[in-house]
Design a protein around this ligand. Structure first.
Ligand code: WQD
Length: 349
């Protein structure tokens, strides 16, 4: 893999930055495209601090919005990419319900442009950031990859549409090699505490919300639903350490470079274990030494009772398994939060 050049769209984002760190450590060269719609340039400076000057010199950055096809074409005209990891897109369920057109514009148009320009420059290896949200409210858990897919919100529908588009392209043009990675619930941060998740505005997701309560930015955690048919009444999810997720992308990319890989194949990236909201809060309190005040609230519309991954396929075909447990996830989430209570931007004056 030494020296192969990978284009990472959305590389300044939460999962993107952590994957760029691992790509560089694995000997890849990296070009990043980002429009800072949901990220900041400071995150890239932090990535360079984490990897050090020698590897930082292997990063190229382009301030480009995927919806601008001409700008995207210029990036491909300049460099011969061996493959693409495509993260760029909006990913908040609640926001997608409020602003569906923004999600269809960002996530669908941007990706269709990307496929067009990749085809023009004969770059046909793609790792696509999909999501467990394509399983909707699963009838059977753990979710296996050939479970029937159904989305429950506009964000999930964009991921489902983009999976179908990938399958159609691969069907019509067999020389494309595409891997769809279905993330379960990404949390935690790099062990250095220099990079992590820094959502703009009030966090939608559980862990960044807990983190902001712990550092005093928010007063208490609203627990959405405590009457679920689960061991403690709160909903269950498969939380996965972002470093495990990053390594899953490396494993997928390497798979694309093996001659036997054909077509368009989905893989779950999860731990295979479920954790409830109350269990996660307790683990975070233990890791941080902070009390997280909670308010028990009604269920959040669209939430599933329990979702966690079947993990055999990724283990067998990608040689990848998640290594971190909940305690390590909370330890690393707290390490990032305590060092960066106001994220990359620092406290507003
Ligand atoms: C987890 C649990 C909430 C916030 C979504 C997307 C998925 C992925 C991750 C992108 C649920 C409860 C949450 C809070 C709470 N996104 N909760 N109080 O909804 O499982 O998954 O985000 O890749 O694609 O679907 O994640 O973190 O929002 O919720 O009680 O303030 O925590 O009800 O049970 P979710 P989440």
């Amino acid at each position: 893999m030494e020296g192969k050049l990978v284009l990472v769209t959305g590389g300044a984002g939460f999962i993107g930055t952590h994957t760029v760190v691992q790509l560089l450590k694995e000997g890849f060269r990296v070009s990043i495209i980002d429009n800072f719609d949901n990220s900041v340039e400071e995150a890239l400076d932090r990535v360079k601090e984490v990897v050090g000057p020698a590897l930082a010199a292997k990063i190229e950055f382009h301030f480009v919005d995927l919806r601008n096809k001409d700008d995207l074409d210029k990036v491909f005209a300049k460099s011969k990419f061996d493959g693409v990891i495509h993260f760029a897109g909006r990913k908040a369920v609640g926001e997608s319900v409020e602003y569906p057109r923004r999600y269809f514009d960002n996530n669908l148009i941007g990706t269709i442009n990307l496929y067009e320009v990749m085809a023009k420059y004969n770059c046909k290896k793609m790792v696509f950031s999909s999501s467990s949200t394509v399983y909707g409210q699963p009838e059977k858990i753990p979710c296996v990859e050939d479970t029937e897919l159904k989305a429950m919100n506009p964000y999930g529908r964009t991921k489902l549409f983009l999976e179908e588009i990938a399958r159609d392209i691969s069907q019509a043009e067999p020389d494309w090699q595409i891997i769809l990675l279905r993330y379960f619930n990404p949390v935690a941060a790099h062990e250095s505490g220099k990079i992590g998740e820094d959502p703009k505005g009030i966090p939608n997701n559980l862990m960044p919300y807990i983190q902001q309560v712990a550092v005093g930015r928010l007063p208490e955690l609203n627990v959405y639903g405590h009457d679920y048919p689960t061991r403690d009444g709160t909903a269950i999810r498969d939380y996965i350490h972002v470093m495990d997720l990053a390594d899953g992308h490396i494993a997928a990319l390497k798979k694309l470079f093996t001659p036997d890989f054909k077509g368009c194949v989905p893989y779950n990236l999860g731990t295979g274990r479920g954790t409830s909201v109350l269990e996660m809060v307790a683990a975070f309190e233990k890791a941080s030494g902070k009390k997280i005040p909670m308010k028990l609230c009604p269920r959040r519309a669209g939430d599933a009772t329990a979702v966690y991954a079947a993990v055999d396929k990724a283990a067998k075909e990608l040689g990848w398994k998640a290594k971190h447990g909940i305690e390590e996830m909370c330890r690393d989430q707290w390490n990032w939060a305590s060092k960066n209570p106001w994220g990359y931007q620092g406290k507003k004056a």
